[in-house]
Design a protein around this ligand. Structure first.
Ligand SMILES: Nc1c(NC[C@H](O)[C@H](O)[C@H](O)CO)[nH]c(=O)[nH]c1=O
Ligand SMILES: CC(=O)[C@@H](O)COP(=O)(O)O
Length: 190
């Protein structure tokens, strides 16, 4: 079992960019709220520990994990965030609903990452028992919310670097193109 080999709360601040310049959205499912509150606390603590400003952490609640998709989409559209963390806990019941919710949320969050420029972090517990959820939201295996917060900082930084390099390259290309135009004008004037 992979989680048994890596405590979800372990991180090295020296290997993580500062979060001080980033703005984070966190969308939290109210289903299994004892678990999702624990995940949120783990995420919030890690973001603050890595330098995020409290005012740069925007939290919205949604009814269940399936609504994380729409909540994250609207968070991206309206809150000028650098990264979104979606927090939910799906626990197997008697029917196939578990599989459909888990798959639906997985595909929806994946789609947001494909279609949007803002990364969305997948902090969804998909457990067979409540004890497995307890163990992963601040229990013996650590806190998946902490893991998600570290991923959010790293992805916000990656996005910033990628977009700034793109911006730099674009500006560089435009200035070179402008130089060629000017040189061509000079040749025409001779
Ligand atoms: N059973 C769980 C759910 N089910 C609710 C759905 O997520 C959704 O809110 C509903 O189908 C209405 O669209 N949600 C969880 O987050 N966790 C569960 O264990
Ligand atoms: C994931 C769910 O929706 C599930 O917990 C609901 O329970 P059941 O399958 O017994 O209806």
């Amino acid at each position: 079992m992979a989680t048994a080999n890596k405590n979800l709360s372990d991180y090295d601040k020296n290997a993580i960019p500062s979060a001080k310049d980033f703005r984070f959205g966190i969308v939290v499912s109210e289903w299994n709220d004892k678990i999702t509150e624990g995940l949120f606390r783990g995420a919030e603590f890690a973001l603050l520990d890595c330098g995020a400003a409290p005012e740069n952490i925007i939290r919205w609640n949604v009814p269940g994990s399936f609504e994380l998709i729409y909540g994250a989409k609207k968070m991206i559209e309206t809150q000028n965030v650098d990264c979104v963390i979606t927090i939910g806990c799906v626990i197997k019941g008697e029917t196939m609903h578990f599989e459909f919710v888990c798959e639906g949320v997985t595909q929806g969050i994946k789609d947001l990452n494909v279609l949007s420029d803002v990364p969305t972090i997948f902090c969804l517990l998909t457990d067979n028992t409540e004890q497995q959820s307890i163990d992963r939201s601040g229990g013996i295996h650590g806190n998946k919310g902490t893991e998600a917060a570290i991923a959010a900082i790293k992805m916000a930084f990656l996005r910033q670097q990628a977009n700034s390099r793109f911006h730099f390259d674009t500006q560089k290309l435009l200035s070179e193109h402008q130089y060629q135009i000017e040189e061509g004008k000079k040749r025409l004037e001779k």
